[in-house]
Design a protein. Structure first.
Length: 264
């Protein structure tokens, strides 16, 4: 597999991207913990994280499964090298780092209890292959939770033509690189095809009246801005939207799909 539409080493704003990931993880940590608990993570689980990045979410997974183990999988050696320092308390069963792609996991059959893929499958050219691999390494009764985007869940009121233009351009670029900005709605059928049962989908929304707008803006447009490069003045767009949000003239909503299933 290729890195698809997310190649960290190719970014010319790697520092910004790392900080964006840190902010994102920190801002929604409580919400994400609730999502993971509802999806079935337990203290003694052997956990698999697909696309762990620099380890900001790995830290949360280790906290929620302190008596188990954590297998963190990431194709980028640059990001993987940061994980150990960002996981503050290692799980009792160990923290294991794997430089690998999600469709070729270096793990034995039926060896994990809970797997998590967060904003990863939107970048993968063949997401079904990743979901099948997760099914292979999951124990009977084990759980898989996927959180990912769907641009159909982005709402701005009143409409903001500049944002719509950014979304349209980013969708086209990401699709050309093998990604899919509308992956969220497709996750349920992908998990069912792979053999997972009791598959449930729900949508979690993030709004500009709940989150600091700088955080929501980075979640919604930070990665897209990197795709577009100099074609967009990110700071100017943020300042324009921020002024309207602060004055109550603009509502920004971003939704994500949370899909979970069980191995029979």
């Amino acid at each position: 597999m290729t890195t698809g539409s997310y190649n960290f080493e190719a970014f010319n704003d790697a520092g910004f991207q790392t900080e964006r990931l840190r902010q994102q993880a920190q801002a929604i940590r409580g919400m994400e913990a609730s999502v993971l608990r509802a999806a079935g993570i337990a203290p003694g689980h052997d956990v698999l994280e697909i696309g762990c990045g620099p380890g900001f979410v790995s830290d949360l997974l280790a906290e929620l499964a302190p008596d188990g183990s954590l297998h963190a999988v990431e194709p980028s050696s640059t990001l993987l090298a940061q994980v150990t320092a960002n996981v503050r308390r290692k799980p009792a069963g160990g923290l294991f780092l794997h430089q690998a792609y999600g469709d070729a996991l270096p793990l034995a059959d039926s060896c994990v209890d809970f797997s998590y893929a967060r904003f990863v499958l939107q970048h993968v050219p063949a997401p079904d292959a990743v979901v099948r691999e997760v099914h292979r390494v999951t124990r009977k009764g084990g759980r898989f939770c996927v959180v990912d985007s769907d641009d159909g869940l982005v709402i701005l009121h009143p409409e903001a033509p500049k944002v719509t233009e950014v979304l349209n351009q980013a969708q086209a670029i990401q699709a050309a690189q093998g990604g899919d900005r509308f992956i969220g709605r497709k996750l349920q059928e992908s998990m069912i095809r792979a053999g997972f049962v009791n598959v449930k989908s729900r949508v979690v929304t993030l709004t500009s009246s709940e989150l600091p707008f700088a955080v929501l803006f980075n979640i919604l447009l930070g990665y897209k801005a990197s795709l577009l490069g100099d074609a967009i003045d990110v700071r100017k767009l943020f300042e324009e939207l921020s002024a309207d949000v602060q004055a109550g003239r603009q509502l920004v909503v971003a939704g994500v799909f949370v899909v979970s299933g069980e191995k029979a």
